[in-house]
Design a protein. Structure first.
Length: 334
């Protein structure tokens, strides 16, 4: 009788089955195309309303990608590939078409800008555009509400060279209110002091009851109440806190009490010792000048940042002033 060879047949079959199972088990998974994470696609809008320190751009979202957009805006820089690691806006409302304002730009400087949008997969960017900010122009004077104010160009900033004197005088015993009339204090309730030293304004009146830094407030069109950053730029250009006061103060003793230390007015800013108004009444004429900024003290909501040159020093003090006090106002060109 012939011997059977089933074991070899079984062995061959087992090898084949094992090989098939291995090949099936190692088969690469295919991810459906629709499940691949995708960043948003968008285009950058033209740059418009270019001034010395600001401009507008924006974007149009053409595809939101694989998930909802969580942030969008524009980014800009001096280099050719701006991204969100540097200067950028964040729009509060997510829309397919949006506009953003670029701020704190340097005059007469080339910039690159592009729109961006971010979702869970990452950040997509629009096409890169370039533009150049306008040079600063500073006319010798500005007419506003029937008065003419001298101006001065200090580095890249155009400032009023006189304290603002606009509005209707009210007595220091009253608060300036949110109405259709700009209200001011005059030192010792005398209009002649406003004619010379300018008006004294509470912060809310200065801002016309708007809290955004850099707002126009009681300044003329094309000008704004200086931000804390505007003042910092000025002080830095003049050599820092330790010497800027002297370079900003009018020289001599006509409008400052002795000794008027270090006063040269080399900047042309011509700060006068206008004093202030506070809970005690009018104080410190010819001893101190107090200038509002449009920047609130975030840690103290009843206060805003201010700048104070004074008679006995060439330095300048930057502090947080009580909003209800009456301080001088200078305007800076947009």
């Amino acid at each position: 009788m012939k011997s059977l060879r089933f074991p070899r047949l079984i062995q061959i079959t087992a090898v084949c089955v094992t090989t098939l199972l291995f090949q099936a088990g190692c088969k690469k998974d295919v991810v459906p195309q629709n499940d691949v994470p995708k960043i948003p696609s968008l285009t950058t809008s033209s740059v418009t309303n270019i001034t010395a320190t600001a401009a507008f751009s924006g974007g149009t979202v053409t595809q939101k990608g694989s998930s909802d957009i969580t942030a969008l805006g524009v980014c800009w820089s001096l280099s050719q590939n701006p991204d969100i690691s540097a200067n950028h806006t964040v729009e509060g409302i997510i829309t397919d078409v949006f506009t953003s304002q670029l701020t704190n730009l340097v005059p007469n400087t080339p910039y690159y800008v592009r729109a961006y949008a971010t979702n869970a997969a990452g950040t997509g960017y629009g096409n890169i555009l370039s533009f150049t900010t306008s040079p600063v122009t500073c006319d010798n004077s500005v007419s506003y509400e029937g008065k003419t104010y001298q101006t001065v160009l200090i580095n890249t900033q155009c400032w009023f060279a006189q304290n603002l004197n606009v509005g209707k005088r009210i007595n220091g015993s009253r608060n300036q209110t949110d109405n259709d009339t700009i209200e001011k204090y005059c030192y010792n309730d005398q209009e002649t002091n406003c004619n010379f030293y300018g008006g004294l304004y509470q912060w809310d009146e200065t801002m016309q009851f708007i809290t955004a830094p850099g707002t126009k407030g009681i300044c003329p069109e094309g000008w704004h109440v200086p931000t804390d950053a505007d003042w910092t730029t000025l002080i830095g250009y003049l050599g820092g806190d330790s010497v800027a006061g002297g370079k900003m103060k009018q020289a001599g003793l006509a409008n400052w009490a002795s000794p008027n230390t270090g006063a040269t007015n080399s900047s042309g800013f011509t700060a006068l010792g206008a004093g202030n108004h506070n809970n005690n009444g009018f104080e410190s004429i010819m001893l101190f000048a107090y200038f509002w900024s449009s920047s609130q003290d975030i840690a103290n909501p009843d206060y805003a940042w201010s700048l104070t040159p004074y008679s006995e020093g060439k330095d300048i003090y930057k502090g947080s002033g009580f909003k209800a006090n009456g301080f001088s106002v200078r305007c800076i060109k947009n």
